[in-house]
Write a protein that binds this ligand. Structure first.
Ligand code: G6P
Ligand code: MN
Length: 433
């Protein structure tokens, strides 16, 4: 089968490739990388070539690269969409513009997420339409952030053939399983939310609930990523494990102050770090894999450092989004039923939300795609936040598709992390002018 990655020159592409090489089944034997930037494509291609050489196999995964979208999409069985419209430059502009007005400057949460969605949705929709012309059966696994909004927008073109993936929910329950030395496949997961706005309420195995056990354990929780981000007391008071991105809500003022104090925003740090990586590999392609490995370790270690209590936790934060993606592809291609947390249309899973709203919940995946499993009702504070943010997301999608600056202003104004129609107006004007 052919897998195409949109944003194929991206830094995380080698993670996907190594997961494909580790897959004995060889579901995917052709990998096509599409990117608008030929230099980034060349760099990633050399990293992959060195990975392949390190894993000699009679059945290699053939890699092709292209800057031509129709070529990339023709004959594709699966597509991973991982594009960054506007590059890190725009990520930085979003961060700085918001911080200058005293509100959160972050890639996916708050005004930054709205700005990022406004410029990405038209491009994602154009790609979806091209896919419908070239490979009308292909499934899309969407990683492009803000993943909830982009997936929901793409559904208008692709229906059930697009599913959104984020590594934070599975990362959280895998870290929990590792902490208690339990096989994560045995866990029964109760997670509910939207992308980057969710709660792991229970993770049970037999009679045990590992979430509740962790909340009782002072030292365990203090060493756990969410304990460090939110503070042990708050996690315990909440009685549930919040997704790491909720730190921007629960501790909004502290987060804004902490980010403002830093010399560099996350985007500025990454621009420098990534720039160095791509430049070094262009100069010395022989060291591509080694350079990628060290740049990756650096990136992971610095993740969310600006709002963490103390230095980088040194723990790997993600759950390996490439693993979730590969599992989902297997389940769809081979009709092997699997349960995983994905971004899909709500249907009737959460009663108070519209059925077409994309939510992040445990799903049953098979050849028919992914369908949400029944979930327990969120508590009032969770539901209130989800309803408000989902409405903001839907306004943003409409603003992007209709190119309507009034709707963009309304979305920004109604976002609880903006909290001012005048700040929202200056943001909207700079985004849509
Ligand atoms: C997590 C999130 C992703 C996000 C990434 C940001 O993995 O789930 O959605 O893209 O963090 O990492 P970065 O290194 O770009 O700040
Ligand atoms: Mn994510």
């Amino acid at each position: 089968m052919k897998l195409t990655i949109l944003g194929g020159g991206g830094f995380r592409v080698p993670l996907v490739y190594s997961a494909l090489l580790a897959d004995d089944d060889r579901l995917i034997d052709r990998l096509c990388l599409y990117d608008t930037d030929p230099v980034r494509l060349r760099v990633v291609e050399s990293v992959l070539a060195q990975m392949q050489a390190a894993h000699p196999s009679p059945k290699p995964v053939k890699v092709e690269v292209t800057t031509d979208l129709p070529t990339a999409l023709t004959g594709a069985d699966f597509v991973f969409s991982a594009i960054r419209v506007g590059g890190l430059e725009s990520r930085i502009a979003d961060e700085r513009r918001a911080l200058a007005l005293g509100v959160l400057g972050q890639e996916t949460v708050g005004p930054g997420g709205i700005a990022y969605a406004l410029r990405s949705i038209p491009v994602a929709l154009e790609m979806a339409r091209e896919l419908n012309r070239r490979s009308p059966e292909a499934f899309v696994l969407n990683f492009t952030n803000p993943a909830g909004m982009i997936t929901e927008a793409m559904r208008t073109e692709l229906g059930h053939r697009v599913v959104g993936i984020c590594d934070t929910p599975s990362g959280m329950f895998r870290r929990l399983a590792t902490h208690f030395d339990v096989d994560d496949n045995r866990l029964n997961i109760d997670y509910v939310g939207l992308n980057h706005l969710g709660w792991l309420r229970h993770a049970t195995v037999g009679q045990r609930d590992l979430v509740q056990e962790l909340l009782q354990d002072d030292d365990g929780l203090a060493g756990f990523e969410e304990g460090q981000l939110f503070g042990v007391d708050w996690v315990r008071q909440l009685g549930t494990l919040p997704n790491e991105y909720l730190a921007y809500y629960y501790n909004n003022r502290d987060a804004v102050a902490a980010i403002t104090r830093q010399q560099q925003t996350r985007g500025e740090y990454l621009a420098e770090q990534q720039d160095r990586f791509y430049r070094q590999v262009m100069q010395d392609p022989g060291q591509a894999l080694a350079r990628w490995q060290s740049a990756r370790a650096e990136r992971e270690d610095s993740y969310m450092r600006e709002i963490r209590d103390g230095e980088g936790a040194g723990t790997e934060h993600g759950g390996g989004y490439e693993k979730v993606a590969l599992d989902a592809m297997h389940a769809i291609a081979r009709n092997e039923r699997a349960t995983m947390i994905l971004n899909v249309a709500n249907g009737s899973a959460i009663e108070a939300l519209p059925s077409e709203a994309v939510v992040e919940v445990p799903c049953l995946v098979d050849a028919g795609g992914a369908r949400p499993l029944a979930v327990r009702r969120p508590d009032p504070a969770q539901l209130g936040l989800m309803l408000q943010i989902k409405h903001v997301e839907q306004l943003t999608i409409q603003a992007a598709t209709k190119r309507d600056s009034g709707l963009a202003w309304e979305a920004l104004s109604l976002h609880p992390l903006v909290g001012s129609t005048t700040i929202a107006k200056s943001l909207a004007e700079s985004l849509t002018s």
